[in-house]
Design a protein around this ligand. Structure first.
Ligand code: SF4
Length: 356
């Protein structure tokens, strides 16, 4: 396919690759000097894999650009922009995770992110942002929310976070005041044994306290879990179920993956045969438990899914009846293949007519 449908494949961290490809197109660089690409060498009739590069420092990343994207083609009533303040993960130890595979943890400063947000608000006329960092640290959030409030910047945003004890009432209230309406918490299991086995590094007692405080601060809590870890038993799975039934007043949405993905570069894949042989539960049973848990969260789960932008909007719209209807229509569109295809065809037509 390389050389027929596309010219290069980028692997690893491709942020400097894009710049190098532009230099190559301009005739300022040789193809063999572009980092992180795979391409077809016509002269030698073979595939070439170029040298790997670890990418730019996050502090050198430019403000993201969404120019050229037609807002009307988004299956969303509002433009919700992604923003990123860090790469990798400051914890980086969970056995199934690949967040820290390619880079060390780095962050932009809160000041830098605030300036980016100010530029994006002006340029795209939106107030919705979702941070898609793997996990934002409470230390960053303290400074960031202070700055938002001090500069009176009005945005609505969501974050991904770990259950750290630093998420106390004061911080959670401040986050809400600064526009954070939703936190996506990664807990991954509530069985103490599994938390220790996967090296999650959190205290279950803190989890309950934080969820309660966050809810009290009027922040919506989404919690995600994975079922089917090596050594996990049916008792462990049921611990999850009991936890989510008990905590349902403090949790708004549960996202459940019924299977562990053995991704290249995770601790699990270093000894994949051993870990896979330790899976003790079967998928259909796990799906059944997942459905039982979801049953307690039905009213919200019809809108929510793994798409962070959609979930953020949902939270803002949920309390407003007119907007809620609008969101429902978009949810149906997202789930309905027929309507989805209509959108894709519309997109293709525009593309063919040279409108994009
Ligand atoms: S699962 Fe989350 S907390 Fe654990 S290493 Fe990955 S990103 Fe970090």
């Amino acid at each position: 396919m390389i050389g027929v449908f596309f010219d290069t494949i980028t692997y690893g961290n491709g942020d400097s690759t894009v710049l190098e490809i532009i230099e190559y197109i301009k005739g300022e660089k040789n193809i063999e000097d572009i980092h992180n690409i795979i391409y077809f060498d016509k002269n030698k009739n073979t595939l070439k894999v170029n040298k790997r590069d670890n990418g730019l420092k996050i502090s050198d990343w430019p403000v993201p650009s969404f120019s050229g994207i037609d807002k009307k083609l988004f299956l969303s009533p509002e433009l919700v922009l992604p923003i990123q303040s860090s790469v990798s993960c400051y914890w980086g130890k969970c056995k199934f995770c690949v967040a820290s595979r390619d880079r060390k943890y780095q962050t932009k400063t809160a000041e830098q992110i605030i300036s980016e947000i100010e530029i994006l608000i002006k340029k795209y006329n939106t107030k919705y942002f979702y941070f898609w960092d793997n996990a934002i640290s409470p230390t960053f959030l303290k400074v960031f929310s202070d700055l938002l409030l001090k500069r009176k910047i009005k945005i609505i945003y969501s974050i991904y976070a770990r259950f750290e004890k630093e998420f106390d009432t004061e911080l959670l209230k401040k986050l809400r005041k600064s526009g954070c309406i939703k936190i996506n918490w990664g807990i991954d299991s509530v069985s103490k044994r599994m938390i220790s086995f996967i090296d999650k590094g959190i205290e279950l007692d803190n989890v309950k306290k934080i969820l309660k405080k966050s809810k009290k601060a009027n922040i919506s809590n989404t919690v995600s879990i994975i079922l089917g870890y090596p050594t996990e038993t049916y008792d462990d799975l049921n611990e999850n179920k009991h936890f989510f039934i008990k905590e349902k007043n403090n949790i708004d949405v549960v996202l459940i993956a019924p299977e562990v993905l053995f991704l290249e570069g995770s601790i699990f894949t270093k000894d994949i045969e051993k870990y896979q042989s330790l899976i003790l539960t079967n998928l259909s049973e796990r799906i059944k438990i997942a459905d039982e848990i979801k049953h307690y969260y039905e009213s919200k789960s019809e809108y929510c899914n793994f798409i962070a932008a959609h979930n953020l909007l949902y939270e803002d719209y949920y309390s407003k009846p007119y907007n809620k209807i609008k969101l429902k229509i978009y949810s149906i569109m997202m789930k309905n293949q027929f309507v989805f295809r209509l959108f894709i065809n519309m997109y293709k037509k525009k593309f063919n007519n040279g409108l994009l």
